[in-house]
Design a protein around this ligand. Structure first.
Ligand code: NAD
Ligand code: GLY
Length: 361
């Protein structure tokens, strides 16, 4: 089992990573569990994993109940959040109750936000079941719901008590979802670790068939990078913003296409290619660098070109993005592969040149 620690000014918590994590002796995890546990999951994941995690938590002699939500990004909203509050009230959840987010990033973000706000904050544990949530969303305490005008617009920084990553859950994850998670895995290499990029290029075939040791190494490496970044900059005042590589473009694609139609990771993959093109225009990357990124994304079965969209639509969606700073759009660009930087003086002309092949009137 790999164990890592995230340390923020107010809180420290472990990330446990293993295949068959659920089989580890319960005492390893006992200190994170309250007298009452409410598992929050969805109607896809619950039939697969709810009963085994219910049994797991019953080992701690605590009262275990659950709240099952409809599945999908389109339900990551205030209405579904209210269903969580309803369930917590009905179960008489109190401040000693631990919420368990059992699912992908949608469940993790919503359950986390419910934990941050219910009775002004109750403890919660992340049990991420998608690759994306294991390497990214479950770590670092960003919680949120979407607003019709923007993704993840309503939320809080709220750290979990622990993150329990059982890699076995990936065996039931649809291929498309696994690939979406690979976009975030590749993101870490591009933004901060050229050696990891080379390692991924050598091992991508093993990862795509879920070779367990390769997968455990890859997930651990990403979590370590994220834990290090979050430990330095919990609230995204600096280095954490680099984790948004590709995301300004990605959020525009997701909003334009309707939340959930493009998977977040698919949009991030295309966003990273666009960030590479922008970096070329600025004079940092070469076309060969971009080609290297495109090839790796293709091996991970990810899209590498955006849908055709009008320039105004890009600008409109980007203007609602949280990464706007002093009224200026901020982009993460690559000075070279494995080294990212934040830049906010991108002109509309540069943006148009980046997107030119993909613009419709
Ligand atoms: P998701 O949560 O929608 O899960 C994808 C699909 O896979 C869903 O249908 C889900 O029910 C299903 N699923 C989950 N685990 C499964 C399993 N083991 N077996 C079979 N099916 C399974 O999507 P996601 O990609 O995990 O997360 C995307 C969300 O995460 C977005 O809302 C995004 O905004 C958010 N996100 C948050 C952060 C953060 O830092 N908080 C970072 C990145 C993304
Ligand atoms: N997914 C970006 C972050 O956690 O900051």
């Amino acid at each position: 089992m790999y164990t890592l620690t995230v340390t923020t000014p107010s809180h420290q918590y472990p990330i446990f990573i293993d295949t068959d994590l659920i089989q580890h002796p319960a005492k390893t995890f006992a200190s994170f569990v309250g007298k009452k546990v409410v598992i929050i999951s969805n109607d896809t994941i619950a039939p697969l994993y709810l009963s085994c995690w219910q049994n797991f938590f019953k080992q701690f002699n605590c009262e275990v109940s659950n709240i099952i939500l409809p599945d999908g990004e389109k339900y990551k909203n205030g209405q579904t959040l209210n269903l969580i509050y309803d369930g917590l009230m009905q179960n008489r959840a109190d401040r000693q109750t631990t919420l368990i987010a059992l699912g992908g990033g949608v469940i993790g973000d919503m359950a986390g936000f419910a934990a941050a706000t219910y009775q002004r904050g109750v403890p919660f544990i992340q049990i991420p079941t998608t690759l994306l949530s294991q390497v990214d969303s479950s770590v670092g305490g960003k919680t949120a719901i979407n607003h019709p005008l923007g993704k993840n617009m309503i939320g809080a920084f709220y750290q979990p008590q622990a993150v329990l990553i059982d890699l076995n859950t990936l065996s039931t994850l649809p291929q498309r979802e696994f690939s979406a998670g690979m976009a975030e895995v590749i993101k870490y290499a591009l933004l901060g670790d050229i050696e990891y990029l080379s390692w991924l290029e050598k091992n991508i075939e093993h990862l795509m068939v879920l070779d367990q040791a390769t997968l455990a190494y890859a997930v651990h490496h990403c979590c370590r990078m994220k834990a290090d970044i979050v430990s330095i900059d919990e609230k995204e005042n600096g280095i954490r913003a680099l984790l948004n590589l590709g995301h300004t473009f990605a959020h525009a694609i997701e909003a334009e296409m309707g939340y959930g139609n493009w998977l977040h990771g698919e949009a991030v993959a295309v966003g990273m290619v666009l960030a590479c093109h922008l970096s070329e225009i600025i004079g940092y990357l070469t076309p060969d660098d971009t080609e290297r990124v495109v090839n790796l994304l293709k091996k991970a079965k990810l899209p590498t070109t955006p849908p055709m969209m009008p320039f105004d639509a890009w600008l409109n969606h980007m203007s609602h993005d949280k990464k706007i700073h002093d009224g200026k759009l901020r982009f993460v660009i690559l000075e070279k592969l494995g080294q990212a930087k934040l830049i906010d003086n991108i002109s509309s002309d540069m943006l148009k040149e980046t997107l030119a092949p993909f613009l419709v009137c």
